[in-house]
Every structure is written in structure tokens, then in C-alpha cells.
Design a protein around this ligand. Structure first.
Ligand code: SAH
Length: 348
């Protein structure tokens, strides 16, 4: 894999932002950085473009970890939660106890709300080609392809997911419209400027280089195309604040280890990146309140007899994942974790 430094041409931001873009928070994994990794990032923050072998191999280790994680856990998720591997969208403060199908509807609603927020629903005839970046087992792709009659290509790091996504497309007679492959979001196997909609639903949090991630999304978008990023973020830093509080970072680090996440960034970091690339109609929102019922529901399901048996059968990664879920709830409650949507349009 090539070096993962953010190209300096991408960045025309205030000084403290530039350093944060080149620091581990947007660049490298935070899974307890080794001292070699620390050396690399310190060098990077001094402006050096040298990336050590340790940093490169740590990015590769992250990719492998993500692939193995989803290879192992996707079957269990599908069995219990169906083909959407993302939060549901709920009315804030809704106290109604939903059934399983209610939660699945909330996951579909997440897709609909995201499209609506980005203004895509009014332009649906223009959506002919879609890329689903970090596609899971293809739930979004099949939904969007059916809704718009569009062609959709999904990419994931997990071969198990790509195969399952293709099998489901065949089973649903959609294989002429949608297809899935193993590919890296940071080096997408696509030409420039070909997708009317670039969709990333809960995959951005896995990307070790947010600047490169965004640059790739923009590269493959067609002129006038829409980009939608729905992702886990940390809270925006206040004016003058350089980093999260140590206890906040500690909480996120514990989540990172289990879910194979690199360092997090904020929604305003994404907005800054998009602005630096002169994207248009940049919008973002904090949907943390709208997703609040989700993790408690996943935990309740995991604690049923069926859930527990499936968890045990699925293996250690799933079990560790289940044990980490309460940390997600804590992160939202304490305002450290934010569920963000960021959208924009590529200029014509
Ligand atoms: N968007 C899907 C799945 C979300 S799970 C859904 O909503 O159902 C996160 C997905 O991101 C997984 O499929 C994982 O393989 C993918 N992913 C993480 N890092 C990636 C990368 N660098 N390149 C491609 N896919 C990646």
C-alpha cells in the first residue's frame, strides 16, 4: 500500500487544522500506536513526507483486521438484523418500544433520510450510476438500485461480504443492476468522474486517512454528482481545543480495538476537507439523537437466547463486539460520539 499522508495540496486550512489533519487523528490508526508509529506521525506533523515501513504495515494490518472482522461477524449480523449493517433512524425522544421489524424499518429510514438530506430524492432520475463505498452485504446498494433503477457497484474489504452481497443480488434478481467486489476505498478501482451518487454508509470510521478517503470519493464522483458520508465521529473540538480530553480518547481507543477503527475525526473536520476541495452545497448534521435507540436494541437482541447462542457460535470477534456495545452508548450519552451526516455536490 502506498504512503498515506494527506497531500498538502488538499489542505488550505487554519494552522491548527492542518496539524490535526497530519496528526494521528486523521491519518493513522489509534489502536495504541507503537513507538515506531509515533515517530512517523511526529515526523509527519513536522511536514516530512516520509512514512516508515511500520506505519505502512500498520495500515495493512488494519485492512486485514477489518476484513477478518467482517468475514467473521457478518453472518451473525445478517441472521439477527438482516442485510443493513448500520444504525436505524428514529424520531428523537421516541419512547415506543419497537419490534425487530420496527428496527429494520428504522434502518431503511436511515437510507431514506440520508438521501433526502442530500437532496437526492428530488433528483432521482439523474441517479444512473452509484458506488457504495464500504458496502457490507449490499443492503444499501440493492435498496438504492431498486429505488432509482440505477446501476450500483459496492466495494468492501471482506471477501465473505462481497460474495454474500452478490448472492443476495442474484437471489433478488438484481444481479444485472448491482455487483460487489473486494476493493479498498482509499484506492478505488474506478475511473474518474463516473458516479452520480457516491454513498458511504458507516464506513468512513474505518478509514485510516480521512483526507485520502474524501479525495477518492470526490475523484470518482461525476461532475454534479452527490456525495453522502454517514459516519461515526467524535464531537467537534471547541475553539482553541487541540484534542479530546484524555478520558474521551481512552473511551474511543477501547472501541477502536474491538471494531478495527483508526483514529476518529469530527464532522467539522470532514466539512473542512470538503471545503478545501471546493465542493458545493456542503451540509452536515448531527443525528446522534435520532440513532439513540439503536445500540440498546442491539444489546437487547444479543441477550436473547437466540442471540447468545448465535454469538457463541460466531466467535471471539463477535463476542468482543457485543461487549463493546455499552461503550458506544456511553460515548453517545456523554457527547463524545456523534453520528454525523456530511453531504456535498461535485461542481459541474
Ligand atoms: N455500508 C454497509 C456496511 C457498513 S459496515 C451498510 O450500511 O450495511 C462497514 C463496511 O466498511 C464493511 O463492509 C467494511 O468492509 C467496509 N470498509 C471498511 N474499510 C474499508 C476500506 N478501506 N475499503 C473498502 N471498504 C471498507
Amino acid at each position: 500500500m502506498k504512503a498515506t499522508l494527506a497531500p498538502s495540496s488538499l489542505i488550505s486550512l487554519p494552522r491548527h487544522k492542518v496539524s490535526s489533519l497530519r496528526s494521528p487523528s486523521l491519518l493513522l490508526q489509534s489502536q495504541r500506536p507503537s513507538s515506531a508509529l509515533m515517530t512517523t506521525t511526529t515526523a509527519a506533523s513536522r511536514g516530512s513526507v516520509a512514512v516508515t515501513a511500520a506505519a505502512t504495515s500498520s495500515v495493512e494490518a488494519l485492512r486485514e483486521g477489518i476484513a477478518e472482522f467482517y468475514n467473521e461477524t457478518s453472518g451473525l449480523w445478517e441472521e439477527i438484523w438482516g442485510d443493513h449493517m448500520h444504525h436505524g433512524f428514529y424520531d428523537p425522544d421516541s419512547s415506543v418500544q419497537l419490534s425487530d421489524s420496527g428496527h429494520r424499518e428504522a434502518q431503511i429510514r436511515m437510507i431514506e433520510e440520508s438521501l433526502r438530506f442530500a437532496g437526492v430524492t428530488e433528483e432521482e432520475k439523474k441517479i444512473k450510476r452509484v458506488v457504495d463505498v464500504g458496502c457490507g452485504i449490499g443492503g444499501s446498494s440493492r435498496y438504492i438500485a431498486s429505488k432509482f433503477g440505477a446501476e450500483c457497484i459496492g466495494i468492501t474489504l471482506s471477501p465473505v461480504q462481497a460474495k454474500r452481497a452478490n448472492d443476495l443480488a442474484t437471489a433478488q434478481s438484481l444481479s444485472h443492476k448491482v455487483s460487489f467486489q473486494v476493493a479498498d476505498a482509499l484506492e478505488q478501482p474506478f475511473e474518474d468522474g463516473i458516479f452520480d451518487l457516491v454513498w458511504s454508509m458507516e464506513s468512513g470510521e474505518h478509514m485510516p486517512d480521512k483526507a485520502k478517503f474524501v479525495k477518492e470519493l470526490v475523484r470518482v464522483a461525476a461532475p454534479g454528482g452527490r456525495i453522502i458520508i454517514v459516519t461515526w465521529c467524535h464531537r467537534n473540538l471547541s475553539q482553541g481545543e487541540e484534542a479530546l480530553q484524555p478520558w474521551e480518547q481512552n473511551l474511543l481507543d477501547r472501541i477502536c480495538k474491538t471494531f478495527y477503527l483508526p483514529a476518529w475525526c469530527s464532522t467539522s473536520d470532514y466539512v473542512d476537507l470538503l471545503q478545501s476541495l471546493s465542493l458545493q452545497d456542503i451540509k452536515c448534521a448531527d443525528w446522534s439523537e435520532n440513532v439513540a435507540p439503536f445500540w440498546p436494541a442491539v444489546i437487547r437482541t444479543a441477550l436473547t437466547w437466540k442471540g447468545l447462542v448465535s454469538l457463541l457460535r460466531s466467535g471471539m470477534k463477535s463476542i468482543k463486539g457485543a461487549l463493546t456495545m455499552p461503550l458506544m452508548i456511553e460515548g453517545y450519552k456523554k457527547g463524545v460520539i456523534k453520528f454525523g451526516i456530511i453531504t456535498c455536490q461535485k461542481p459541474l
